[in-house]
Write a protein that binds this ligand. Structure first.
Ligand code: IMP
Length: 425
């Protein structure tokens, strides 16, 4: 059984926890896009682990973890994270693999990310994580990127110099400080030794595992509405976190994917700038943030919070072909007397959009159309069987499923591993 797991909203749906749960049945966990802009939180017992680049499968001994070709990887972030994982007591030897085709995020990409964001007008700021993701993908698509495999080339140091000189032209034009190419060579030259043990042809590795009948889990970072093609462009990340990205970012053929699981939070959040139709700027929004602990795992920024948006849910179901939903954070809604679901965006002239518009300006002239449902006003985080949920909570979930399509597979009612209810999968 090969599974792709994706986020349905603007990230932070609780993917780390669901991946951790699904990893129990997987032999190999593969990251296929993004980089250390991601932050996957997993709580085991009373310990909380936050991972950025390394697949969450690393917290399960014996599972293989792959950084696929679609990832942009900062070698320093990676090394730090690997050391941390080992200090937590998880061995990596022989089970951690980096694609030689993955691209590197380097110091000059980070500098460009910061300089480009600073140069944007206030209403054009993306609110990037500052991890160099956009510039690294721009270099990849522009065909002057640095692949992980390049560290083994005899001209590696010359390539570093050439890259820095190229970046310096843009940095100085943006009024930012240029970087010293020789210092960058000194910084990146030791990478060869550090990364070498892990670098491999992961396409071969993945296909060997597929041929041997192994179970593969493809772990998406970020989410549908941050997708460079399907998201709220230009307020998006620079990769394809949607299901198709699993194929292009790892080399798995589409026909080898057996199911797609979408992770969706039972309300909505967003970090960074960009449109967010159901955003709440009131006490209800504050309650969601406080009860949901809605602060970024990577940047610590407070997340913007709002009601569940079924327009987005339906869109994500279609774009990804979600078979099963992993619905998360039901417990955060426990105290509300009324819960709301957005079913469309109403324009001033009365027209209602029930699909997500490509032109973001449209949203400025719209307001969300809400359905209101009675809340359940009791604690759900101790519940271990779906049948035991309060009737109003079940009705809320059922209405959402009716609106967005797909089946319920997993329901999460709290942060710990034990609070994940398995329903249909
Ligand atoms: P970048 O990926 O750092 O370029 O940031 C682009 C946009 O994606 C910004 O709005 C970020 O806040 C958002 N973003 C990137 N990674 C994540 C994530 O893992 N969770 C939530 N938002 C993210």
């Amino acid at each position: 059984m090969n599974t792709v797991l994706v986020g349905a909203q603007w990230g932070d749906e609780g993917k780390g926890k669901v991946i951790d749960f699904l990893t129990e049945e997987a032999d190999v966990v593969v990251r296929f896009q993004g980089g250390s802009n991601a932050g996957h939180t997993v709580v085991v017992g009373d310990r909380k682990y936050v991972l950025h680049l390394v697949p969450s499968g690393v917290l399960h001994e014996g599972k293989h973890c792959v950084i696929g070709n679609g990832v942009v990887m900062d070698p320093f972030d990676l090394m730090k994270e690997l050391e941390q994982v080992e200090s937590w007591g998880f061995a990596l030897k022989g089970r951690f693999h980096i694609s030689e085709r993955a691209h590197m995020v380097c110091e000059w990409h980070r500098a460009l990310d910061r300089a480009e964001e600073a140069a944007r007008a206030q209403d054009a700021k993306i609110g990037t994580t500052g991890r160099g993701i956009g510039p690294a993908y721009a270099a990849k698509v522009g065909r002057f990127g640095m692949r992980v495999g390049d560290i083994l080339r005899p001209d590696f140091q010359d390539r570093v110099r050439a890259q820095v000189e190229e970046a310096n032209r843009a940095l100085t034009a943006l009024g930012a400080q240029a970087l010293d190419p020789e210092e960058m060579v000194r910084l990146y030259a030791p990478m060869v030794k550090a990364l070498m043990p892990y670098v491999t042809d992961t396409i071969q590795f993945i296909h060997d595992k597929l041929d041997a009948g192994a179970n593969l889990l493809f772990e998406g970072a970020q989410a549908t509405m941050l997708d460079i093609d399907f998201g709220t462009y230009p307020f998006v990340t620079s990769s394809n976190p949607t299901a198709g990205g699993a194929c292009t970012g790892s080399g798995v053929p589409p026909r080898k994917i057996d199911r797609v699981i979408g992770v969706i939070k039972l309300y909505t959040t967003r970090v960074g700038e960009g449109p967010f139709p159901t955003e709440l700027d009131d006490a209800d929004g504050e309650t969601l943030r406080r009860r949901g602990g809605e602060f970024g795992a990577t940047t610590g920024r407070p997340r913007r919070c709002g009601w569940f948006d079924a327009v987005i849910g339906r869109y994500a179901q279609r774009v990804n072909g979600v078979d099963y939903w992993a619905m998360t954070k039901l417990d955060v809604l426990d105290t509300f007397p009324v819960v709301k679901i957005c079913t469309g965006y109403r324009r001033k002239d009365g027209f209602v959009y029930t699909t997500f518009p490509a032109d973001l300006d449209v949203l400025k002239w719209c307001e969300p159309v809400y359905e209101e449902m009675p809340g359940w006003q009791c604690e759900t985080s101790h519940i271990t069987r779906y049948e035991d949920l309060p009737a109003n909570a079940k009705a809320y979930i059922a209405r959402i499923l009716e609106l967005i399509g797909g089946k319920l597979g997993v329901l999460s009612v709290g942060p710990a591993r034990e609070t994940t209810l398995r329903i249909n999968i």
